[in-house]
Design a protein around this ligand. Sequence first.
Ligand SMILES: C[S@@+](CC[C@H](N)C(=O)[O-])C[C@H]1O[C@@H](n2cnc3c(N)ncnc32)[C@H](O)[C@@H]1O
Length: 244
Amino acid sequence: MLGGMGKGLPLGEEKKEIGMGKAEYRARLHYQDGEVVEGYEAKRFSGLSGWLRTRMEKRAVSKALDYLEDGSLILDLPCGTGRFATLLSAHRMQMVQADISWQMIQFASRHKCTSTGGFRFFVRCEAEALPFREGAFEGVLCFRFIPHLPPDLRLKVLRELARVSGEAVIVDYRFKYAFRYLSRWIRHRLGLVRSLRPRLSLSQIRSELLQAGLSPVRWIPVAWLFSEKVVVLCRKEGGAPGRR
Ligand SMILES: C[S@@+](CC[C@H](N)C(=O)[O-])C[C@H]1O[C@@H](n2cnc3c(N)ncnc32)[C@H](O)[C@@H]1O
């Protein structure tokens, strides 16, 4: 744990890989490898397509952040390489950046953030059991994580996000309404590809979020029809995003 907040992992445990032997999904261990971490941004966000992807993703997240008040305390989980620090800072948010991967946290802490002087803190922890009290944050940003999880764990993690947020949760999903899914579906029907990666409908996403105690209030597609990603701004039941 860098800094100290709540009951993070004990000091001395920092460099151990956590979750060894009980990984139900690849992302849990995959990003605890130094080489993967060093190559993370170059692999996904370099070149023209990477630049465009980053721009569109950040624009969608930015639209969701517009609903939160200046100075809100946000949990960025998992923070990965800290890609959203500058955006959160530009929105004048205070932030706690958390991840299961010590290597990611180290990388994120080196990430230049044109901070407006706000609070920025790092915690190593597991999304399945967050070391924060109920309603500790005004909002939680959870990007590029939920789609990695199997359905039962998705619900568990979403409930944790809802628990620690007092008001809003911003999360991304992969949905069906994109040319990419349509083309794969057609090829699958023609027998040209064996498996069809599961993509959810809006009603399936809504139902999952409601089960976790989150009501979707804004659906923000990253790029209508061209991207399978949709950013969803959710209100915690009893919370109130949308005060701007
Ligand atoms: C695809 S990256 C996304 C990072 C960042 N949100 C972004 O958009 O670049 C997935 C991240 O999830 C983290 N992760 C995987 N399992 C986790 C868990 N159980 N709890 C917290 N973080 C986890 C990984 O270490 C990795 O940094």
